[in-house]
Design a protein around this ligand. Sequence first.
Ligand code: ZN
Length: 466
Amino acid sequence: MKTLLINNPLYVATMNDEGSEFSGGHILIQDGVIKSCGPEQIDIQIDEVIDATGMVITPGFINTHHHLYQTLTRNIPLMQNQPLFPWLKNHYEVWREVTTEAIQVSTRTGLLELMNSGVTCSSDHLYLFPAQASSELIDAEIEAAKELGFRFQPTRGSMSLGKSNGGLPPDDVVQTEAEIQADTERLVKKYHDASPGAMTRISLAPCSPFSVTAELMRQTADYARDNELQIHTHLAETLDEEAFCLETSGFRPVGLMQELGWLTQNSWYAHAVHLNDSEIVQMGKQGVGISHCPSSNMRLGSGIAKIRQLLDAGVNVSLGVDGSASNDSCDMLLEMRNAMLISRLLEEQYWLTARDVLRIATRGGAAVLGRNDIGELSPGKQADLACFDMSGLSQAGSLSDPLAALVFTTRIKPVDRLLIQGKTVIDQNGSTMNESDLIMDHNRIAQEMLNRAQKRTGINFLEAGQ
Ligand code: ZN
């Protein structure tokens, strides 16, 4: 039995049901699980003590929407200034060059970047399975996450509606419904762990209304219901998508989800920007979740999601950095700050506070991923926590409210200590991982993919588009 005591923190936000916060005191961890925490000092025999003087401690953040492979295609000139549909069509040409090595390396890079911003659990949405690539790309992601000791809930993404059938993606990056189903069953059997404290869980994620068939959506919802899995997709991201849904199905995006049996408690949607009032009420009543991605929504000019109304309606709201081709970073602290700031462009009654976004990034993420064992510092929960030293230049003068300072101020250095299942996975004062080889490999692969795409298509990706 291993015990760990975190002593005398500057400030702790538990994110429990009562919203308890305290200064000083302790967090006691036993075998990867929180045994006790509170403002009182304790004096017991323990294996290891972490002195948390000057640190703000929160539950590790939970990122619920990402495309880790997109770290290979950040800010490509041609797509820098394009909205979603042309941005996607050009990116498909580069993404179809992915290899197993590209997935391994980009997963390591993206997860390390997330971890450095305090993330201890993330989902990922890999939906692109080019005919020339291995069919075991998600296996490669899972291996990379395991090496980092990271809690991972990847989705088995999918696309089944190619260009020749009226979809947006090229035909050679989509798969048949039978291929997708067979691989889903294989992955669930091999990796899905439903037990409390699980480090790997699989969810299912057809990509979007404009890249999958109705048959695949129904098949996914049925299989998920029978096997108690979460389901995920992009929804109501842009007005182009809304027009596509109306034209091809006669429904607005939320109406289409209702029609396909997707408005259920185990579903969560990325973006959810273009919703009317009755759709927001309906989503709340059905208990669905969303992943708010403010940086991506700004980058692609998609719009501002109505987060306050969604919260008031009872929708489970979480936060996602989205893929790095539309962000172009994997920084959860930045995402929280953007979520707070973008809400201030709406009328004052819809503004979000720093504590609102911290809650969304912790408890909100846990609820959306269907978990009650993370997202909170309480006895019996997993010891996933982030410790931030608040003595940096950019925090000077902000300590009248050290917790809100995490969202209001920016950090020019990473998280100081990160624990997952009670194990230190990042420690700025200890040995840090040598990242230079990883970055070199990442840049080489990114360049190779761009070169191959340029050669194959004749498109000049380096010319700034508009
Ligand atoms: Zn996305």
